[in-house]
Ligand binder design. Structure first.
Ligand SMILES: OC[C@H]1O[C@H](O[C@H]2O[C@H](CO)[C@@H](O)[C@H](O)[C@H]2O)[C@H](O)[C@@H](O)[C@@H]1O
Length: 544
């Protein structure tokens, strides 16, 4: 449910009147436990998410009463032993909400696994990576299904693959890379995401009660296409289509839609990230309060909290890409940016919906979305593309160029900094089928400084933010490589191979990164490179 909804936001001003999706009483209570825990245990090794992932052993009023009656010192703090006693008596650990389960379609060495690879080191390493799917496979426990009100974990019906580590639940865009294996499991994950759209109107950032106020990069249509191509499951397409159309509407209406007028007076609709939240993120409550503490008033804080949550929606939390002043996180301005990658994903969604509608004979939908994709491609050419640089640049919305709800386009609003996202449109056929564009973009990528020993870097800025990763391995590089390799350009294909091999070799083949973290993204990306493009044998120098 959306309250306080407005059709447009106050761009760039430190006021905030955008929509807010209310959270649950359980999340609010767990935030209080999180704050108390920080006060009691101190900041060393403190993970705020741990506390909002706990579940209750009794109903909320009972647990809350016990918490409120804990002895407190004058400054309100609780002793370590009292808090530990409370947690063990009234809370279950986060791990207990999910059970380890063998994926139904997991086989230790699938038939035809890397058929052309003879090098034993490569095979061993690839099998080790493949085996990680088993460690990351979970099903929601019956306790959550029976008493969902005691858990922040959402009761998804089908087994899931989780990213791993502190990310114990399913995530939207991580699932895209995960899903490119084991198609029975993949179908279940797609059905879970469809159910989220049926319930909330969009796919949530992740399957937790505290993620209901935002989405993540929209890749569900790509997942449906991947599963359909392998299984020819028309029933799945029939279920997915209405959900995808609903999701398309979510990204193309209200706060997510932006209209830009070009030099010729034509208007173009594009999309932006915009979370429906103006408070600290529950999973990072104490951190966000600290970040906002230097701001003057509640109005400015609410504005920052919305920008923080909107940045989480981008999947790139956090990066200088979204900051006005790259050394100050409080200058995050994600809602005033029209992002290249988001619009490339939605363009791909439009092409996918058109294809899927044809599969089930819905020709009017097929035509509508084919036309929508043409309009978006044109909008991206006009708003983002820089012919001289051979890149697509994010576009900053400038409040002074806004009349009614339309922004006048101006080249000076391009963010000309180099990010991996500037090359993401290559992933979409509308761009990768044009050899001239591919050659230009491939050259631009090669000389951009982003291509490193361990693959494509996320940005060139060495900030302390997670997504400014200047040493290679942007998770999204898979899409860029895929775009290059699927093009007709020989040079682009050869660049793609160099990037993939060095990336897998330095990070994966070295045996370090992937097996140590078991992180879903790495598995999916690495195996996709190995299997789809037939490059695994080239990893042999790294796998002695
Ligand atoms: O805990 C803070 C944030 O964590 C998530 O973001 C990061 O992990 C996700 C799971 O792998 C990944 O999808 C995202 O790109 C990462 O930046 C979460 O998505 C955020 O909403 C959350 O605030």
């Amino acid at each position: 449910m959306v309250i306080n909804s407005e059709s447009s936001a106050h761009i760039g001003k430190p006021t905030d009147h955008g929509p807010v999706v209310p959270t649950t009483p359980l999340v609010i209570f767990l935030q209080t436990v999180q704050q108390t825990a920080l006060q009691t245990f101190g900041p060393l090794n403190f993970d705020p998410k741990f506390y909002v992932d706990l579940s209750l052993k009794f109903d909320l009023p009972t647990v809350k009463q016990a918490f409120d009656h804990l002895p407190r010192s004058e400054n309100g703090s609780v002793s370590g032993s009292d808090l530990k006693g409370f947690l063990s008596k009234f809370m279950n650990s986060a791990q207990e909400d999910l059970e380890l389960v063998d994926p139904v379609d997991f086989v230790a060495e699938p038939d035809g696994f890397l058929p052309t690879v003879v090098h034993q080191g490569v095979r061993n390493w690839a099998l080790e990576v493949h085996s990680l799917w088993k460690n990351l496979s979970r099903k929601v426990s019956n306790r959550v299904i029976k008493n969902p009100e005691l858990h922040t974990l959402l009761p998804l019906k089908h087994p899931v693959i989780i990213p791993g580590s502190r990310f114990r639940e399913v995530y939207y865009w991580d699932s895209y890379w995960i899903i490119r294996k084991m198609y029975e499991t993949a179908k279940g994950m797609v059905l879970n995401l469809i159910e989220l759209i049926d319930t909330y109107g969009y796919v949530l950032n992740g399957a937790r009660a505290y993620y209901t106020n935002r989405s993540q990069p929209p890749l569900l249509s790509s997942m449906v296409i991947e599963v359909y191509k392998r299984t020819k499951d028309v029933d799945l397409v029939k279920k997915a289509l209405p959900a995808l159309i609903k999701e398309h509407k979510f990204w193309n209406s209200g706060i997510h839609r932006v209209t830009i007028e070009d030099d010729q007076g034509s208007t173009h609709n594009l999309s932006r990230y915009y979370a429906m939240w103006d408070q600290p993120r529950p999973e990072s409550f104490t951190i966000d309060i600290e970040t906002a503490s230097k701001l003057k008033n509640d109005c400015e804080k609410e504005h920052l909290y919305r920008e923080i949550a909107s940045t989480a929606e981008t999947g790139w939390d956090f990066s200088t890409r979204w900051m006005k002043n790259i050394s100050d996180l409080t200058t995050l301005s994600t809602t005033t940016i029209v992002p290249v990658d988001l619009n490339a994903y939605i363009l791909k969604m439009e092409l996918d919906i058109s294809f899927l509608a044809n599969v089930v004979g819905e020709s009017s939908h097929a035509l509508y979305f084919a036309r929508a994709s043409e309009s978006r491609k044109k909008a991206m050419d006009i708003v983002f593309w820089d012919e001289e640089k051979g890149q697509w640049f994010d576009y900053w919305l400038n409040a002074s160029s806004k009349q009614k709800d339309v922004y006048k386009w101006d080249a000076s609003n391009h963010n000309r900094d180099i990010f991996a996202s500037n090359f993401i449109p290559l992933w979409v056929k509308s761009f990768s089928s044009d050899e001239g564009t591919v050659n230009k973009v491939a050259q631009s990528l090669e000389s951009s400084g982003l291509v490193c020993a361990a693959g494509i870097a996320t940005s060139l800025t060495n900030s302390s933010e997670q997504w400014d990763f200047p040493n290679g391995w942007a998770p999204i590089q898979h899409m860029i490589v895929e775009g290059l390799v699927r093009s007709r350009s020989k040079e682009a294909r050869s660049l793609a191979k160099d990037i993939a091999i060095s990336k897998c070799g330095e990070f994966g083949g070295g045996g370090e990164y992937v097996p140590q973290t078991g992180f879903g993204w790495s598995n999916g990306v690495v195996l996709a490179f190995l299997e789809e493009f037939g490059w695994a044998e080239d990893l042999s120098p790294y796998c002695q």
